[in-house]
Design a protein around this ligand. Structure first.
Ligand code: FDA
Length: 534
């Protein structure tokens, strides 16, 4: 067997050098000596079927397999010199060790949903990088008796929810709504969905993890220590290592949950309803989640209740009678069916739909986010409606916090936005290629975000790291490290993490002082002049 591997590795090496020769004569700047040594190292240490260099016929299909944003499929996008489609921990370790030895950074990719594509593309072609794709590491092992599960980073949220529901109808997990989102990136940035008011963030339920660190070591919670374990539960993906798998504490769900979706047009007093919603929704009993999605001149109010319709309709009648929810609006179902209901907007879909990892990218999108600490005045909602009427308008998504979220200390995990009323996402999307159309939609997102500035959190103006936004700033080239790098990174680091950012940077200095895991918005090491925090 060893001989077969060795001869396969050697033939790959020979093929690679032929390609290298061709590529080097065509574009000498594209392959630095570091890159060549790195690729040689990978070819020796990895079985050929997991290694896809940008000369392999498989490269494009592997690269695009989980890209969700058409913006980053453009030919000019700087892409990895190699993709390691890891089938085991040793492949990830080999990629990290080869990268560290030859100066080629590695970006982990789990589900590929990063809003700015940072798991598979770079802003600049100046520095080659590689991707470790974890899609094959997606086993989910549920222990219903202990109410825990081990889940591979490459699993999607849909695969996780499906596996849990298959083992027990009375267990669930408080993660995000999108079923194709990768567990790895989602937990790395916090992760919230319709159970957040009852159970908090997805990352709050991580009890152990296995990570490959910057030296290529495989560490569990005990071996990595509590500082790094703190950082990986919400401190943003791509900064601290490659998390291979996570041990989760599952939550109890009732046999029956209730849902409704009602629409209220702007001219049906939607502004007054929103003004009321922002006071009511974050203060409802924890079993009720009621969010609002604004599009065109319509407000869609969506609710999940952990109990039967009678309880949900009664809660609405008591707390929010203006919304006019009736028993006819409400539908009862199992929790897993509610996951399908919110993911695909409709009841009666087969559960297996949760296992669909999705086809290639089908839309272009750009998003930004805010946190709202005090109710937005009605005139600002009126102005938002005017923005929603413009050419190029997208959606505003309002996710209420409160409940369990407010009961967690802002420093318990890196995610600091525990006491906010709601998260506000500005989401622009389009389907046609072209600079003009992109400018129109991106311009809309930036414009409405600018418009809302007086009414949202400030000093710093908060943002959610899982709704990554490079408008907040980016790391410079490597020579930008040290004090300057950290000071610069505070622009987005404190928006995402507030006071926790300094602790994240201190952890980074401890576990990855040479900044191996680096992307345009990764956390840089805290400069030695400021050390002493840990
Ligand atoms: P991806 O693989 O692109 O990784 C994202 C970042 O994490 C990158 O920097 C990457 O390098 C890093 N990373 C990935 N895997 C890692 C690992 N194993 N170890 C260390 N770093 C790793 N959010 C939310 O809170 N609630 C929601 O309901 C939704 N819904 C939603 C729907 C859709 C359609 C999209 C596109 C996105 C969302 N999100 C969301 C946002 C989502 O949580 C966020 O984009 C996640 O980071 C995506 O994780 P992936 O693994 O898919 O992304």
């Amino acid at each position: 067997m060893a001989i077969v591997w060795r001869s396969l590795a050697l033939s790959l090496l020979a093929a690679f050098f032929a390609v290298l020769h061709r590529a080097a004569s065509a574009a000498p700047a594209a392959l630095s000596p570091d890159t060549a040594s790195f690729l040689r190292c990978l070819a020796v240490d990895l079985p050929p079927q997991v290694l896809h260099t940008n000369a392999s016929p498989s490269y494009t299909s592997v690269l695009e397999s989980s890209i969700k944003n058409l913006l980053f499929v453009a030919p000019a996008t700087p892409t990895p010199v190699a993709i390691v489609a890891a089938a085991g921990a040793s492949h990830v370790q080999a990629a990290v060790r080869c990268g560290a030895r030859h100066g080629v950074r590695v970006r982990p990719r789990s589900g590929g949903h990063d809003y700015e594509g940072l798991s598979y593309r770079a802003l600049s072609a100046a520095r080659p990088f590689a991707v470790v794709d974890l899609a094959a590491l997606r086993a989910v092992r549920v222990d219903a008796g202990r109410r825990t599960a081990w889940v591979g980073s490459g699993a999607t949220l849909g695969e996780l929810y499906y596996a849990i529901a298959n083992r027990s109808a009375r267990l669930g997990f408080p993660g995000g709504v999108g079923p194709t989102v990768g567990v790895g990136g989602h937990l790395s940035g916090g992760g919230f969905g319709l159970l957040l008011r009852k159970h908090g963030l997805a990352a709050d339920h991580v009890v152990d993890a296995v990570i490959v660190d910057a030296e290529g070591r495989l560490l569990d919670r005990v071996a990595m220590g509590e500082d790094l374990f703190w950082a990986i539960r919400g401190g943003g993906g791509g900064s601290f290592g490659v998390v291979l798998r996570w041990k989760l504490r599952l939550v109890r769900v009732p046999a029956t949950v209730a849902v409704f979706t009602v629409h209220r047009a702007r001219n049906q007093s939607a502004t007054a309803l929103l003004a009321r919603w922002q006071r009511v929704a974050p203060a409802l009993p924890r079993d009720v989640f009621l969010r609002a999605v604004l599009q065109n001149q319509d407000a869609q109010f969506e609710s999940l209740y952990l109990g039967p319709c009678a309880g949900l309709v009664a809660a609405m009648a008591a707390r929010f009678p203006e919304l006019g929810v009736t028993p006819r609006d409400c539908v009862e179902m199992a929790w897993i069916e509610s996951v399908l209901y919110f993911a695909f907007y409709g009841a009666g879909k087969p559960r297996e739909q949760l296992l669909d990892r999705g086809a290639g990218p089908e839309r272009y999108f750009k998003a930004k986010s805010d946190y709202v600490s005090a109710p937005v005045p009605s005139h600002a909602w009126e102005s938002a409606w005017r923005w929603l009427r413009r050419d190029g308008a997208g959606l505003l998504i309002l996710d209420p916090y409160g409940g369990r979220m407010a009961g967690v200390s802002p420093s318990a995990t890196p995610f600091p936005h525990r006491r906010e009323l709601f998260n506000l996402q500005y989401y622009g999307f389009w389907f046609e290629n072209g600079t003009g159309v992109a400018e129109k939609h991106v311009g809309w997102v930036r414009g409405v975000h600018r418009e809302m500035e007086p009414y949202v959190s400030r000093n710093p103006r908060g943002a959610y790291v899982n709704y990554r936004d490079l408008d907040l700033g980016v790391n410079g080239d490597d020579d930008d490290g040290g004090e300057g790098g950290y000071e610069k990174a505070r622009a987005w680091g404190e928006a995402y993490f507030k006071a926790n950012f300094e602790r994240l940077a201190a952890v980074k200095a401890k576990v990855d002082p040479h900044d191996f895991f680096r992307n345009e918005q990764s956390t840089p090491p805290l400069p030695s002049s400021r050390k002493g925090l840990l």
